[in-house]
Design a protein around this ligand. Structure first.
Ligand SMILES: NC(=O)c1ccc[n+]([C@@H]2O[C@H](COP(=O)([O-])OP(=O)(O)OC[C@H]3O[C@@H](n4cnc5c(N)ncnc54)[C@H](OP(=O)(O)O)[C@@H]3O)[C@@H](O)[C@H]2O)c1
Length: 287
């Protein structure tokens, strides 16, 4: 079934909307009439992106929020700003994510891949959950990756302190996205809020540029013509945020707008429940 739900009276927050897949997602949903909030680390960059999105979508209802989401204090400040600005929130798109070839620590002393890719959407979603429930039917869409299929959760060394590999950390964080989404779907059963995750495809963007592995830089140049554009990469996020096809559908993983089976570990409720508990401890929220 095709079709487009009108987003005219909907409010959507997209993390990481200053470039790449997030900005293209924002343009798509703003074009459908939604009020769209985007986030980025730098005020000037976020405001420039908001202005670009307004122009591209012919929709003036685009707001810029700033936060370095690798910091829990900043995620909490962002949540307060969003709750102040938006009396209702229909869709949250957890899009921010990155790859680092070397191990870096955040302001909270946590490994950055795990902190930004997993703990930030985990904390932000939990802080916005009551507003999403009050706005039901509402949707939480989390951008994972095909890399989730190679991931496993190393509870003995979640933050790669003993043996860091950028790829392993990324795979783990993207599996954590799917596990978080699945566990969230279970916890939200009966609330009218759905939670789904997705692989956007391999997309030409700024992804991984801050600290790129050499093989990644070489490979990216070689396969550049084969990569999706950000607009193509945004299609599954836009679909899950807006389509009537997925009304009521929850706890699912998508790629190319199709339901796909993710890593089988994502269905193991012992692991997803344990990850939820460890994550809640790390961001200091009740389990
Ligand atoms: N590109 C791909 O091939 C690919 C494939 C599979 C999955 N994905 C996933 O798709 C998502 C989007 O990736 P992309 O390719 O669009 O990446 P991108 O071009 O690097 O964009 C990342 C966005 O996140 C923001 N951001 C980065 N670090 C941040 C931080 N510490 N705090 C707040 N915002 C931050 C950036 O904003 P500022 O720099 O302005 O702060 C930017 O808006 C990620 O979750 C990624 O894992 C991408």
């Amino acid at each position: 079934m095709g079709g487009t739900l009108s987003m005219a009276d909907k409010v959507v927050l997209i993390t990481g909307g200053t470039g790449g897949i997030g900005k293209a997602t924002a343009i798509g949903l703003a074009t459908m009439g939604a009020r769209v909030g985007i986030t980025g680390r730098d005020l000037a960059r976020a405001e420039q992106a908001a202005s670009d999105i307004r122009a591209a979508s012919a929709n003036s209802a685009v707001d810029a929020f700033t936060a370095d989401m690798s910091s829990q204090a900043e995620v909490r400040r962002l949540a307060v700003s969003v709750l102040d600005a938006y009396p209702r929130l229909d869709v949250l798109v957890n899009n921010v994510g990155g790859f680092w070839a070397h191990r870096h620590l955040t302001a909270d002393g946590l490994e950055r891949t795990f902190a930004l890719n997993h703990l930030a959407p985990f904390l932000l979603t939990n802080l916005l959950l009551d507003r999403l429930k009050a706005s039901a039917p509402a949707r939480v869409v989390t951008v994972s990756s095909g890399a989730q299929s190679m991931g496993r959760i190393d509870f003995d060394d979640l933050q790669g302190a003993r043996n860091y590999s950028g790829q392993r950390a990324y795979n783990q964080s993207k599996l954590a996205n799917v596990m978080f989404s699945n566990e969230l779907a279970r916890r939200l059963d009966g609330t009218g809020v759905t939670a789904n995750s997705l692989h956007p495809g391999v997309v030409r963007s700024n992804f991984g540029a801050e600290d790129q592995a050499r093989w990644f830089a070489v490979m990216s140049r070689v396969i550049l013509p084969l990569l999706k554009t950000p607009v193509q990469g945004a299609q599954t996020s836009i679909y899950l945020a807006s389509s009537p096809d997925v009304v009521g559908l929850t706890g699912q993983f998508f790629a190319n707008r199709r339901n796909k089976r993710p890593n089988k570990l994502a269905y193991d409720t012992n692991i997803t429940g344990r990850l939820w508990q460890v994550s809640a401890d790390l961001v200091h929220i009740p389990y």
